[in-house]
Ligand binder design. Structure first.
Ligand code: IDP
Length: 138
C-alpha cells in the first residue's frame, strides 16, 4: 500500500454525533475509504497506540480519553494522503486550527480534538495494521 493514511474519529466526536459530518468532510476531500469500523480501544490498546507519547505530561489523560468510548477507525487513500489529511483536520489545538478544518468545526479542546491523522507514511501503515487485519483493508 502507498498513499494511505489512518484516522480515528475520537470518542468526543462520536459522542457529539459528528460521525456522519466528518465522513462527509473526508469524502469531500476526495479520500477513498479502504477500511472502516466502529470500535473501542481498551486501556492497553490506547497505551500501545500512543506509546511514543509515554513521556508527555498528557499521556495518562490521552489514554483515558481514547479508551473512554467508541471510535471510528478508518484507512483512507489519496495521493499525498498523510499531508493532505493533516491539512484537512487542522492544528492539534482547535483554537489554532484553520477555518473549515475538521478540528475547527468539531473538536472540543486540544486533548478532545475530534480526529487522529497519521504523521508519516510509515506510521500510517503501522497504525492501519494495528486496527485492521489484511482482509479488512480493501
Ligand atoms: P496530532 O494528533 O495533531 O498529531 P500530537 O502532538 O501527536 O498531535 O498529540 C497526539 C494527541 O495527544 C493529540 O491529538 C491530542 O489528542 C493529545 N494532546 C496533544 N497535546 C495535548 C495537550 O497539551 N493536552 C492534552 N492532550 C494533548
Amino acid at each position: 500500500m502507498s498513499n494511505i493514511t489512518f484516522t480515528m474519529i475520537k470518542p468526543d466526536a462520536v459522542a457529539d454525533g459528528h460521525i456522519g459530518a466528518i465522513l462527509g468532510k473526508i469524502a469531500e476531500g476526495d479520500f477513498k475509504i479502504k477500511a472502516l469500523k466502529l470500535t473501542q480501544l481498551t486501556v492497553a490498546d490506547a497505551k500501545k497506540f500512543y506509546e511514543v507519547h509515554a513521556e508527555r505530561p498528557f499521556y495518562g489523560e490521552l489514554v483515558e480519553f481514547m479508551s473512554s468510548g467508541p471510535i471510528v477507525a478508518a484507512v483512507l487513500e489519496k495521493d499525498n494522503a498523510v499531508e493532505d489529511f493533516r491539512t484537512l483536520i487542522g492544528a492539534t489545538n482547535p483554537a489554532e486550527a484553520a477555518e473549515g478544518t475538521i478540528r475547527k468545526m468539531f473538536a472540543r479542546s486540544i486533548g478532545e480534538n475530534a480526529v487522529h491523522g497519521s504523521d508519516s507514511d510509515e506510521n500510517a501503515l503501522i497504525e492501519a495494521r494495528f486496527h485492521f487485519s489484511g482482509r479488512e483493508i480493501f
